[in-house]
Write a protein that binds this ligand. Structure first.
Ligand SMILES: N[C@@H](CCC(=O)N[C@@H](CS)C(=O)NCC(=O)O)C(=O)O
Length: 213
């Protein structure tokens, strides 16, 4: 096992679309909170987005480092963590968070708490997906304007049933952990990627979407 100080030296490269928080933000937040440096080529370099697009090319059968193809951003490249010391490339937001959490001190050490953190993050991402779907209830690739009627029906059900169910669950989790987490943390007495994910879903997503016409 590497020491926590050495782990902090690890360079992470976040591959995501430029100019939007999106799912990339679920990865950025715990890295920022942990004070771990990372690069974000699409936002930092002139041709950085080419690297992101190449990583999930629809014709790719894998990259030059032996990593399998990526379905969609975000992806995380970790130099030296792959086979034979090559870069490891992983994708799927929850998978990246599950990888990063213990390595950057954003996941509890106790095994039960670790899985609890993960299930909270997965549930928060379910909420993120359901929020997104209110605007694309029929077809993902069609504009909201072309499915407005169905969107209104879906949004009504979302507001009446789904959103209260999710929020009640997270509020009960916070309450159940009040003695340890002071009503601030979902698990234990420290910030984890469950907290940063829920924060981003509520502040950056549910609030933003519900303000749309
Ligand atoms: N389940 C995946 C979803 C990834 C995803 O939908 N990425 C979006 C950007 S947030 C994308 O670029 N999708 C392209 C596509 O699905 O074709 C995750 O959580 O990472």
């Amino acid at each position: 096992m590497t020491s926590p100080a050495a782990k902090k030296q690890q360079q992470y490269e976040l591959l995501y679309h430029p100019g939007i928080p999106g799912r990339g933000e679920y990865i950025r937040l715990p890295l920022e909170a942990a004070g771990v440096s990372y690069s974000d080529p699409a936002n930092e370099n002139k041709n950085g987005y080419d690297e992101v697009k190449a990583s999930c090319s629809p014709t790719s059968t894998g990259d030059a480092d032996g990593n399998p193809p990526v379905f969609a951003p975000p992806a995380l490249r970790i130099p030296g963590a792959g086979k034979n010391g090559k870069p490891l490339l992983i994708h799927q937001t929850p998978n990246i968070l599950f990888y990063l959490g213990p390595r950057i001190g954003m996941s509890p050490e106790d095994e039960g708490d670790m899985f609890h953190t993960n299930q909270l993050m997965l549930t928060a991402l379910d909420l993120s997906n359901e929020t997104h779907d209110t605007h694309h209830p029929v077809a993902l690739m069609d504009y909201y304007e072309d499915q407005k009627e169905e969107s209104l029906r879906k949004a009504k059900d979302f507001r009446s049933h789904r959103l209260p169910k999710f929020l009640s669950y997270f509020e009960r989790t916070l309450k159940g952990n009040e003695a340890t987490g002071n009503g601030k943390y979902l698990v234990g007495d420290k910030l984890s990627y469950a907290d940063t994910t829920l924060w981003q879903v509520v502040d950056g997503y549910v609030t933003c979407i519900s303000l749309m016409p």
